[in-house]
Every structure is written in structure tokens, then in C-alpha cells.
Design a protein around this ligand. Structure first.
Ligand code: C5P
Length: 223
């Protein structure tokens, strides 16, 4: 058959939200649907790659032809990502919770009249930054997403530098229902500049992004 642009490559994708436990029945989450990340994993598989998708809790099916690893929390996601390395390309599309509850309780919290629970938060690991800064088994191309409601390009440029990744796909999630919706308006931010894309279906963003990314990874020589 025809060889895809990513034949012989291992592509790792994170997708969806994370759930951070408060107690056994409650959690902190966000509005990520996983649609963009899952579409990227499917597009990478369609381009001939071996794909590992590490997904937080989502309501959409596992993409066909993709090895999908299901996780809940940011810490579980980091462990699954590290277990999936090495990869040629890593794309971090998950909306990872920035914070988790410091002392998630093993039993359900009760309204016992002793006041409101304090819910102290602590920082989660940054999965993208951890992988991008690895000394060994760093993927040749590390791609991050940046969902912003203002100063989209400036924040993305700062994020590119701080997180040590090669490309940031920035999108404006202010107002118009990008999170959970089917369309996305993205800006590709690298050290060399910014490429603005028109509003497209998330499927189309995924297909075009995988073609773009395939053109960025170093060409394999020899066998
Ligand atoms: O800092 P911010 O959350 O906006 O960065 C977004 C990018 O970083 C996304 O690619 C997201 O998947 C990744 N990220 C991560 N681990 C975190 C926070 C964000 O991988 N704890």
C-alpha cells in the first residue's frame, strides 16, 4: 500500500481534561472534550504513524487504529506519557489541571457543621515541560497547545520559551465555544514566527497540522 507521511514514526498525543480528586466522589475538572486531541491522534494514524494516545476522561470513543491509554489525573497522565516514550513526535493537546487538591481525602467529605472545607491546592507536574526538557529520549518534535482568552500570540511565544517545546498551537477559547465545539481557529507559533490559520473544523485542523508536523521532523536516512 501507499506509505503515509508519518510511516515508521511513533507519535504520542495527550488529549482531554484531567480529573483531580477531592474525595472519592468529587473532583476538579475542566471543559475539554478531547475532540482536537483525538482528531490529531486519528490523523497521525491516517498518515501512517504508530500512535499512542494518552487520554483523560472524555465522552468520545477511542480513535480506531490508535493505542489509547486512559488516565484520570495529571500525575497518571505524566506516568503514562513517560511509559510511552520513546516517540518521534509528542503532541500535548490535553487540558491538564494546573492544580490538584493537596490532601484528597480517602473518605467522602461530610457537611458536619465544622465549616467549609479549606481545599488547599498544590501544583501539578507540567507534562509538556517535563518531556521537552528531558536529557534522554526527548522526542525530535515537541508540540504544545495554548488555549487563551486574551493576548493569544504573546502568551504562546512566552510559553514556547518557558516550556522548551518546538511549536505551540495557540487558540482563542474566549467566548465562541471552542471548548466542546467542532471548529477551531489556530495560530502556529515557533521561534521563527507566527502562521495564522483560518477557522476550520477540528478534523481539518488535525489533518493539516499532522501534514505540517510531518514536514518539520528530520527526514530519516538509512533503514
Ligand atoms: O500553561 P498551559 O496550561 O497554558 O500550557 C498548555 C500546554 O501545556 C498544553 O500543550 C498542555 O497540554 C500542556 N500542559 C501539560 N501539563 C500541565 C499543564 C499544561 O502538559 N500540567
Amino acid at each position: 500500500g501507499e506509505q503515509g507521511a508519518l510511516a515508521g514514526r511513533h507519535v504520542l498525543v495527550t488529549s482531554g481534561p484531567t480529573h483531580e480528586a477531592i474525595d472519592p466522589v468529587r473532583y476538579i475538572a475542566n471543559r475539554s472534550s478531547g475532540k482536537q486531541g483525538h482528531a490529531l491522534a486519528a490523523a497521525a494514524a491516517a498518515a501512517g504513524a504508530r500512535v499512542t494516545l494518552v487520554s483523560g476522561p472524555v465522552a468520545i470513543p477511542d480513535p480506531e487504529g490508535v493505542e489509547t491509554v486512559h488516565v484520570e489525573s495529571a500525575r497518571e497522565m505524566l506516568a503514562a506519557v513517560e511509559a510511552a516514550l520513546p516517540a518521534d513526535i509528542a503532541i500535548f493537546a490535553a487540558a491538564v489541571a494546573d492544580w490538584r487538591v493537596a490532601d484528597a481525602t480517602p473518605e467522602k467529605m461530610k457537611k458536619d457543621g465544622s465549616g467549609l472545607p479549606p481545599l488547599a491546592l498544590i501544583e501539578n507536574p507540567d507534562i509538556l515541560a517535563t518531556v521537552a526538557h528531558r536529557q534522554s529520549a526527548r522526542p525530535a518534535l515537541v508540540v504544545g497547545f495554548a488555549a487563551e482568552t486574551q493576548n493569544v500570540i504573546a502568551y504562546a511565544q512566552a510559553k514556547l520559551a518557558r516550556k522548551g517545546c518546538d511549536l505551540i498551537v495557540a487558540n482563542d477559547v474566549g467566548g465562541t465555544g471552542v471548548m466542546g465545539g467542532d471548529a477551531n481557529t489556530v495560530h502556529l507559533v515557533t521561534r521563527d514566527g507566527v502562521e495564522n490559520w483560518p477557522t476550520l473544523a477540528k478534523q481539518e485542523v488535525a489533518t493539516r497540522l499532522m501534514a505540517h508536523i510531518a514536514g518539520l521532523v528530520p527526514v530519516r536516512t538509512g533503514v
